[in-house]
Design a binder for this molecule. Structure first.
Ligand SMILES: NC(=O)c1ccc[n+]([C@@H]2O[C@H](COP(=O)([O-])OP(=O)(O)OC[C@H]3O[C@@H](n4cnc5c(N)ncnc54)[C@H](OP(=O)(O)O)[C@@H]3O)[C@@H](O)[C@H]2O)c1
Length: 316
């Protein structure tokens, strides 16, 4: 019997990494074993992964030595950063460098780096259709990840660059579900005009990543975009109406209004939606659904995801 190759997963107790851990554990006779990386192996979430059969190892992506220990002996590593935990693009870039360096030092043979586009390639800083943020970004949490690409390229580690999509789970966990208006009617607000937004059930990101590791060499050095469907806000509102059994109206929030919303990062997200809106053809084209399904045959549609999650849809 060939020994199983270990995949070390950053963010193992979270959304993207958690999906990958569960995919590897579910394939008990498959080629991989999983090492779940967490800052706290004593947490309930980490213990649940250990009980399910994962090796659990402590590391922090802000601590290079801990990363080197956590990657030691691993064949593969799933690398992801957590922008919304600190909202610092510089920190995110430094974390990409720490993970790439640790993967190189540990001799990891295949890294998946969860990245996004550099919006400044499409909207240079002097383009005033949207404000420049934090001095040198248009969409800080995209641009920083894209700058992180260089860390992986320069490290010489064999890397697949995974372009993720909007999590439909944001309708549950990120306050993006329908809201009740003063007259009691439901409104789904999204700043996407009449353009399509590539979206995905977050669990499918991990399943697609599992598919990337299984393909191995074929996808090394490649940029791989994934989505479950490309849907307009109107299409999402119609699907919500169907599953909730009551009318949900779509409200295409103007970008400037969204940027001024009173929550941290509203300007970053307003710019992000405008980028996806203004460059719909590119953005959807980079996230091919048939290809995503070839990585993950269980890829969910929005309708299927809604049916499974309707009890959790937040109505604000
Ligand atoms: N929301 C969206 O629609 C969307 C779409 C595409 C991309 N993204 C990107 O996805 C990224 C977040 O990924 P996610 O949603 O999988 O995150 P998540 O669900 O918030 O997972 C965070 C997990 O990572 C661990 N973690 C946090 N800080 C850590 C650190 N310093 N070192 C090691 N582990 C740490 C935590 O585990 P422990 O507490 O166990 O350590 C936590 O369970 C963001 O950068 C965001 O920009 C989001």
């Amino acid at each position: 019997m060939t020994a199983r190759k270990t995949i070390a997963v950053i963010g193992a107790t979270g959304a993207q990494g958690g999906g990958l851990v569960r995919s590897i554990l579910a394939d008990a006779d498959g080629p991989f074993a999983v090492r779940a990386i967490t800052r706290d192996p004593g947490s309930t979430a980490a213990k649940a992964l250990a009980d399910a059969g994962a090796e659990v190892v402590a590391a922090d992506i802000d601590d290079a030595a801990s990363l080197r220990r956590a990657f030691a002996g691993a064949h593969g590593a799933y690398c992801v950063t957590f922008f919304w935990a600190h909202m610092s693009p510089e920190k995110e870039i430094a974390e990409a460098h720490a993970m790439a360096g640790a993967a190189r030092d540990a001799g990891v043979q295949h890294v998946i780096w969860s990245t996004l586009e550099d919006s400044r390639r499409w909207i240079p800083l002097d383009d005033d259709r949207m404000p420049t943020l934090m001095g040198r970004y248009k969409v800080p949490h995209f641009d920083a990840k894209a700058e992180g690409d260089e860390a992986f390229r320069d490290s010489g580690v064999s890397t697949t660059f995974l372009l993720t999509s909007f999590y439909w789970d944001n309708l549950i966990h990120f306050g993006m579900g329908p809201r009740k208006g003063e007259d009691g009617s439901l409104v789904f607000a999204l700043p996407m005009g009449d353009k399509k937004l590539p979206g995905i059930a977050v669990a499918d990101i991990g399943k697609c990543a599992f598919g990337v590791f299984k393909r191995g060499k074929e996808l090394i050095g490649k940029r791989v975009g994934i989505a479950g469907e490309h849907l307009t806000g109107q299409e999402m509102a119609s699907a919500l109406s169907k599953v909730l059994g009551r009318e949900v109206a779509y409200y295409p929030v103007p970008f400037d209004a969204y940027r001024k919303f009173d929550f941290p990062g509203a300007d970053d997200l307003g710019n992000m939606f405008q980028f996806k809106h203004d460059f719909e053809d590119y953005f959807c084209g980079a996230r091919d659904i048939a290809f995503s399904r070839s990585l993950n045959p269980a890829l969910q549609t929005f309708d299927a995801w809604l049916a499974a999650n309707k009890a959790g849809i937040q109505i604000g």
